[in-house]
Design a binder for this molecule. Structure first.
Ligand code: ADP
Length: 169
């Protein structure tokens, strides 16, 4: 889409007022640490209840829930790959996590969404490569998106924000 916007934001994703925030979840979808823990804390216990009904999520796939107590109306739960050195299809799986999250957003008619830096925390995906994949997938998707108009890359530290800013142009 010609007028789509990509922004970089340095701060807590749970505070963003967008149609959906993306959760870097694990395959159980039953909560965890990092951004997953923060999202469940901010959304309240009804989020876990809905997640239980989804019966997990495969790596690279994405599922939608309500946002409950979040400002965001929805949460798109996706599961990035654990980094095992690069020979276990990690790059492809991370790209699929971004792509499928965007497909879910588009299918649900959501126009603004925010991504955390999927897999770059506990899952140890190299930050620069993850940034490149995230940017490539989002830019490519926005070229033909009909509904999604704004994507925010939410960073939780200055290093990630710097990397995203580098790849923005
Ligand atoms: P993963 O298991 O996919 O690596 P993590 O939650 O450990 O997920 O980390 C993913 C990214 O989310 C990291 O860059 C981490 O710094 C960031 N992060 C952690 N908490 C938040 C938050 N509240 N808002 C935005 N990003 C966050």
């Amino acid at each position: 889409m010609a007028h789509a916007i990509i922004e970089v934001y340095d701060g807590d994703i749970t505070e963003l007022d967008v149609d959906a925030i993306v959760n870097a979840a694990n395959t159980s979808l039953l909560g965890g640490g990092g951004v997953d823990g923060a999202i469940h804390r901010a959304a309240g216990p009804r989020l876990l209840e809905e997640c239980r009904s989804l019966r997990g999520c495969r790596i690279g796939e994405a599922k939608l829930t309500q946002g409950y107590d979040l400002k965001a109306r929805y949460v798109i739960h996706t599961v990035g790959p654990v980094w095992y050195g690069g020979d276990k299809h990690e790059a492809d799986l991370l790209a699929r996590a971004y792509r499928n999250s965007l497909i879910v957003a588009e299918g649900a008619g959501l126009s603004s969404l925010a991504f955390p830096a999927i897999s770059t925390g506990v899952y140890q995906f190299p930050k620069r490569q993850a940034t490149e994949i995230a940017m490539t997938e989002v830019k490519e998707f926005l070229l033909s998106a009909k509904v999604v108009q704004k994507v925010i890359f939410c960073c939780f530290d200055a290093e990630m924000a710097q990397l995203y800013s580098e790849y923005l142009n």
